[in-house]
Ligand binder design. Structure first.
Ligand SMILES: Nc1ncnc2c1ncn2[C@@H]1O[C@H](COP(=O)(O)OP(=O)(O)OP(=O)(O)O)[C@@H](O)[C@H]1O
Length: 245
């Protein structure tokens, strides 16, 4: 479903992603972990075509996207939903309009049909009846859920999540994890989740990949990652899970 081959990306002269290779199978959830500045968000932006690699190829559902024109890329993006780190809702629009925004822009559906889809998606994320609320009336966790409802409005085959639990308390964060798992089960989506939160990573991942200074130094099932012999991986997962004074 997603295949990344020999990707290199630099900003100015600084190499940020160094020969990245991996595949994500249909219906699989791959979690990408790694320290600040290791290149996780850059990788997500490459996958959605917001950035272009200097070298390498990115296949989405068999189509190589790294050199596509914007119009063609837009078509590929219709199959992809993105949940942004800070939810990225339009503050001046109601929850319903935020969720229906893409449908309004890119589909020929009537207002009534869009309203029905919006209600259905809000229901899926546990926010039934919130369509007329404004974003500033919602908590951080609710905003994340609206962002997820918006991402699934088009019934994408692929969902990308950038730090879905950042800024949330542990209980709300666990609820978002549960939703990510539900999306996979109910919608059969293929997902890539970038997170710092190891508890969340072990819970939602089919496989975990670790970026370290722009290189993918490990990829495997949660058990394989737990049993890694690479000190950089072990340090990251231990430090992320338990910090003692
Ligand atoms: N548009 C840009 N121009 C120049 N440098 C950039 C740009 N975007 C990212 N970088 C640099 O690339 C490196 C990787 O950034 P990236 O945001 O991918 O890291 P990250 O792993 O997502 O970090 P974090 O966990 O802190 O969000 C950083 O050193 C950052 O400063």
């Amino acid at each position: 479903m997603i295949k990344v081959v020999n990707i290199y990306k630099s900003f100015k002269d600084r190499l940020i992603l160094n020969n990245i290779n991996f595949e994500v199978n249909k219906g699989e959830t791959l979690v990408i972990i790694g320290g600040s500045g290791s290149g996780k968000s850059t990788l997500l932006k490459l996958l959605i075509g917001l950035l272009r690699p200097e070298q390498g190829q990115i296949f989405i559902d068999g189509k190589e996207i790294s050199k596509l024109k914007e119009e063609e890329l837009d078509k590929v993006r219709l199959n992809m939903g993105m949940v942004f780190q800070y939810s990225a809702l339009f503050d001046s629009m109601s929850v319903g309009d935020n969720v229906g925004f893409g449908l309004q822009e890119h589909s020929k559906l009537s207002a009534k049909e869009i309203k029905e889809i919006v209600e259905e998606k809000l229901n899926l994320v546990g926010l039934s009846g919130f369509a007329n609320y404004m974003p500033n009336e919602l908590s951080g966790g609710m905003k994340k859920r609206v962002s997820l409802a918006r991402a699934i409005a088009f019934e994408p085959k692929i969902l990308l999540y950038d730090e879905p639990s950042s800024g949330l308390d542990p209980v709300t964060s666990a609820k978002i994890d549960e939703l990510i798992v539900q999306m996979q089960k109910l919608l059969g989506v293929t997902s890539i989740v970038v997170t710092h939160d190891m508890k969340s990573a072990f819970y939602i991942a089919d496989r975990i990949a670790m970026l370290y200074q722009g290189e993918m130094i490990a990829i495997g099932t949660p058990d394989e990652i737990r049993n890694s012999t690479d000190s950089r991986v072990l340090e990251f997962i231990n430090v992320s899970q338990i910090r003692k004074r």
